[in-house]
Design a protein around this ligand. Structure first.
Ligand code: AMP
Ligand code: ZN
Ligand code: FE
Ligand code: FE
Length: 318
């Protein structure tokens, strides 16, 4: 269990509050003082900042709490932990590539998992399998592109991912290098990786992912559940079922949600008693969104800390 539900670093870094000495202390009812970003990527997956650069950038931008949530891997945890600057509390997590098989064709979705045991055998096996499936799928996408005369090279793409989880953003960069598209955003349009050259991954069944995360002491939160701009979304009825199966929360504030979509997520979360997060989903130069562009309130953060037992948060090192 976490010994510290109120990380001292987060509070002192906020400036006016001072250190919290008692677990009974009431947090403020707003996230405005303490800035919490619970969804970011590093070079361990498809972000462009190394884990060290990510934690430093987080503090430099005024964040008090940062979660590192690379796709299907915990490979960045140690480096982020070792480099965390004074004043920054680190939440270790991952974004799991999941799929709902309840409809045909199945729908991909992302689950953020926080504070899970990174050595939980079944979870480790699933993450290893999904990363391998991403490699197979990436190479196939490259074959399709090459068959259409686009000069992209799988070996080069893998090298650019430098051992991290390979994703379409890495292929998007190769498309830019080949002169096929001008920007990452263009690479994700339907003519390219958005549809024509988009292949499904062999993802984790979402119910299994919720169960494995919980079993590992983790806290599952569905990422951007209403992001229609990314493709098909799952129905509310699935979220109801997942909540019964152990889903803890929903990400509402996200750049891919319209204001109406954010409201809908909040309403559904309230109905189901789920916590609500907001996060940047920062990817460095692979996206335009800035660290801390969206944040999570203290109350939701506290609920995540209370529910997570696989690993604790890492508080202010100095
Ligand atoms: P993959 O996990 O390989 O399917 O790729 C999904 C990743 O691509 C997401 O995590 C984002 O980082 C990125 N992505 C998806 N859509 C866009 C977009 N429209 N512009 C930039 N990046 C995107
Ligand atoms: Zn990504
Ligand atoms: Fe995502
Ligand atoms: Fe993400």
């Amino acid at each position: 269990m976490n010994s510290q539900r109120f990380p001292a670093g987060a509070w002192t870094a906020a400036g006016s509050l001072g250190p919290v000495t008692s677990r009974q202390s009431e947090p403020p009812d707003t996230g405005s003082r303490i800035r919490i970003d619970l969804h970011t990527h590093s070079t361990a997956s498809d972000g462009t900042l190394t884990p060290e650069e990510l934690v430093r950038a987080a503090r430099a931008t005024g964040l008090d709490v940062l979660a590192i949530t690379d796709h299907d891997t915990t490979a960045g945890w140690e480096r982020a932990a070792a480099a965390r600057p004074p004043g920054l509390t680190l939440v270790r997590g991952a974004e799991l590539s999941c799929r709902w098989y309840g409809v045909e064709p199945s729908i991909p979705l992302h689950l953020l998992g926080y504070l899970f045991d990174p050595e939980s055998p079944e979870l480790v096996a699933e993450l290893t399998r999904v990363r391998a499936a991403r490699e197979v799928r990436g190479e196939r996408i490259v074959e399709l592109l090459r068959a259409d005369g686009i000069d992209v090279d799988w070996t080069e793409i893998r090298a650019a991912a430098s051992g991290g989880t390979v994703g379409r953003p890495h292929i998007a960069q190769a498309l830019i290098r080949a002169g096929a598209v001008a920007t990452t955003a263009e690479a994700f349009t339907p003519n390219w990786l958005g549809e024509r050259y988009r292949l499904p991954k062999d993802d984790i069944d979402v119910f299994r992912a919720v169960r494995l995360l919980r079993q590992a002491g983790g806290v599952p939160v569905m990422a951007h559940p209403r992001a229609t701009k990314r493709g098909r979304i799952v129905p509310d009825s699935l979220i109801v079922e997942l909540a019964a199966a152990g889903l803890a929360g929903l990400e509402a504030e996200h750049e891919d949600h319209s204001p109406a979509e954010r409201d809908a997520v909040r309403a559904l979360a309230a109905e189901l008693g789920l916590l609500v997060t907001g996060s940047s989903d920062f990817h460095g130069a692979h996206k335009t969104v800035r660290l801390g562009a969206y944040t999570t309130g203290v109350e939701a953060y506290e609920r995540i800390l209370a529910a997570g037992s696989g690993v604790g948060v890492l508080t202010d090192p100095g």
